[in-house]
Design a protein around this ligand. Structure first.
Ligand SMILES: Nc1ncnc2c1ncn2[C@@H]1O[C@H](COP(=O)(O)OP(=O)(O)OP(=O)(O)O)[C@@H](O)[C@H]1O
Length: 644
């Protein structure tokens, strides 16, 4: 068992583990090619196809350099014109679905020229449903079977749906959202802070959310396709599986279903204006995709240009990552598509050499905290906090109830509801006596804070008087010379010409307390004598030329501030912060001290990928939160929480 990421606390231990086969297990990207039928029978009659199947895995295409020759290709599967949607699903997609119920990732993406049948393959129609509806139905079927067979596991299923349009990431479940950022956490997980994640209780629930969201996708008519997708669409289905009994394992598997926009030759699409701009973005991202594949194939350890486009950044896990991937390359038989088909086949041929390294994403928790953790992670996975087993067993009832409860585009409502229910449960679960004891502690803490505030005010007044006296003394020439005798020349100059700065150095501890009054709960707990002594010491050190020691002392002091607070009060404040980090909405996260919109979104994204923060220190795992920032954050928030 090799540990991929992990952190510990007294309460819980979380690790992601490889499966029994370990990290050496590899899975090649499987490539299927699907040839669509002629759209116009006249074309078929007049010119015949430029490409045709030779067997279940092979096909040939006319060699453009010499029309009397053909070029042959071999793939994992070749689906001819007559292949049904069901057959494509059964042979190319169904085999990889079970992986996501075992904590692994899987992805299916349709690639190919515009008008070659990608959307038909992935989405299909009411009469001929494609890969997406079939795969999601299969997920629910597998969950149902596992629920029956494995009584000690609970399941949650959820979805997110986005499109990349003109290099912008847009949330299809929340159509008014702006371009969403793509981030990578410390463990190299790609996250999209702010992306909607909707819980699903059944296939019909999925349908309710997916259909209107699909209509939000950007499509337009071009010369080659009346309803051409102008964006890449990515649907994510996440399954979280939690063990009810020790060791409370939890596995998270994700299925990415991707319908790429088609590669376009604008001499033939007739694109102009906005269509041309869209086409530029589409072709550029597909070009980057091709560069990524080339780079993975050379395998020389060089930088893979995932970051060069949003598409490749999001497909990072599918190509050269940890997913079981299937690429369905769609091609068309008509001669007018010849060069696009030829390019697509070459891309498909090189993609089948890509090796991925799937592993099981599993966390193991100490039993003490497991129940709480599980419910949160179910919510992350799009669950309502209620075990999927229960919901699935009562499937019909829930299916009828779900739509009125949650509007397709307002998943926030359900998560707020979940949080309220969890809170209520927590309150109900707390015994009466314990609740009274907590209330009493809070009342006492408030009193203590009030007392400290008064003391702080008193001390500030004293310090101000002290400063006044000192300033008066320094006004005299002898005062200046006495004070500066041992300073180096530069410092001496500064202290004479820029007096405020010198004063600032002397009174650093107090300045700190003036800027952030609440922090003085820590500072002013000391008897006033100690402060006076400290001031003297800093003053002496400065006069000895140790320019930084005063600051260092102040820093040490800042670092020790926690030790001066009442430990139970401190504990409570930390718990409160942790609770906000784990269950706060964007707005609530932004209400934390030193957390702006960007950081709040990063926290949401981190939660989305990793589940709960086990301890507040986990915040340091988020991009941009350094040790220093974290200590400012914790200080400001603890003191603010105590002040409330
Ligand atoms: N296997 C198939 N059987 C029947 N009709 C098909 C098949 N594949 C595609 N079509 C039809 O061909 C047309 C173009 O297909 P589709 O829109 O899926 O292409 P696309 O590759 O997604 O194009 P774009 O990249 O422009 O979005 C549609 O009318 C679709 O119904």
């Amino acid at each position: 068992m090799s540990v991929r990421l992990g952190w510990t606390s007294e309460m819980a231990q979380r690790v992601a583990v490889n499966d029994a086969a370990g990290s050496k297990r590899t899975a090649r990207v499987r490539v299927a090619v699907r040839l669509r039928p002629y759209m116009d029978k006249q074309d078929e009659k007049s010119e015949g196809p430029c490409v045709r199947g030779l067997g279940p895995q092979t096909l040939e295409i006319v060699n453009w350099r010499n029309a009397t020759e053909t070029l042959q290709y071999q793939f994992d599967v070749f689906h001819g014109e007559q292949t049904t949607q069901q057959e494509v699903f059964l042979s190319s997609v169904k085999p990889i679905i079970p992986h996501i119920l075992n904590g692994q990732n899987a992805s299916v993406f349709a690639y190919g020229p515009t008008g070659a049948g990608k959307t038909h393959t992935m989405l299909g129609s009411q009469e001929h449903p494609g890969v997406i509806p079939r795969a999601v139905r299969e997920v629910f079927q597998l969950v149902r079977t596992q629920v029956k067979d494995q009584d000690d596991w609970e399941f949650s299923v959820g979805m997110s749906y986005l499109e990349i349009y003109n290099e912008k990431v847009l949330d299809l479940l929340s159509p008014n959202s702006q371009d969403l950022p793509i981030r990578e956490d410390k463990d190299k997980n790609i996250i999209i802070p702010g992306l909607t994640h909707t819980s699903l209780s059944s296939f019909s629930d999925f349908h309710t959310h997916f259909v209107p969201a699909s209509l939000n996708r950007t499509t337009a008519s071009t010369k080659l396709n009346q309803r051409s997708s102008r964006s890449h669409a990515i649907l994510l289905i996440k399954v979280v599986k939690c063990q009810r009994v020790p060791p409370h394992r939890q596995q998270t598997g994700k299925l990415y279903l991707v319908d790429l926009a088609g590669s376009e030759d604008n001499r033939r699409t007739g694109n102009q204006g906005i269509r041309l701009k869209e086409s530029g973005a589409i072709n550029l991202s597909l070009f980057t995709l091709s560069k990524v594949v080339d780079c993975l194939n050379t395998g020389n350890g060089g930088r893979v240009p995932y970051r060069d486009s949003k598409l490749t950044r999001l497909l990072q896990d599918s190509l050269g990552g940890s997913a079981h991937s299937v690429m369905i390359t769609n091609i068309a038989p008509e001669y007018k598509y010849y060069f696009d088909t030829f390019t697509a086949l070459n891309f498909a041929a090189k993609s089948k050499q890509i090796i991925n390294r799937p592993f099981v994403r599993e966390t193991v928790m100490a039993p003490t905290n497991a129940a709480g953790k599980r419910s949160r992670e179910e919510q992350d996975a799009g669950g309502s906090g209620e075990p999927q087993n229960k919901r699935l067993k009562e499937g019909k009832k829930v299916e009828q109830q779900s739509p009125p409860l949650t509007h397709p585009h307002s998943p926030v409502d359900s998560s707020v509801l979940d949080r309220l229910m969890a809170l209520e449960k927590m309150m109900l679960g707390t015994p009466e006596r314990e609740r009274l004891r907590l209330l009493k502690t809070v009342a006492q803490s408030r009193k203590e804070i009030q007392r400290l505030k008064e003391k702080q005010k008193e001390l500030e007044e004293k310090a101000e008087m002290l400063n006044k006296l000192k300033n008066e003394r320094e006004e005299t020439p002898s005062g200046i010379s006495l004070f500066n005798t041992d300073l180096p020349l530069l410092q001496r100059k500064q202290s004479v010409s820029a007096r405020p700065r010198k004063q600032q150095a002397i009174v650093t501890p107090l300045q700190v307390s003036q800027v952030q009054p609440l922090q003085d709960f820590a500072v002013v707990c000391k008897p006033s004598q100690t402060i006076d002594k400290k001031k003297k010491r800093i003053k002496t050190e400065i006069s000895e030329g140790k320019e930084n020691s005063g600051l260092e002392t102040a820093c040490e002091e800042a670092a020790n501030w926690e030790s001066r607070l009442d430990s139970s009060l401190l504990d409570q404040s930390r718990k409160k912060i942790l609770q906000t980090l784990n269950s706060g909405s964007l707005k609530e996260l932004k209400s934390l001290q030193l957390i702006g919109d960007k950081k709040a979104k990063l926290i949401l994204g981190w939660r989305e990928i990793n589940g709960d923060f086990t301890q507040v220190e986990d915040l340091k795992k988020i991009e941009g939160i350094t040790d220093k920032r974290f200590s400012s954050f914790i200080k400001a928030n603890i003191l603010s929480a105590m002040g409330k």
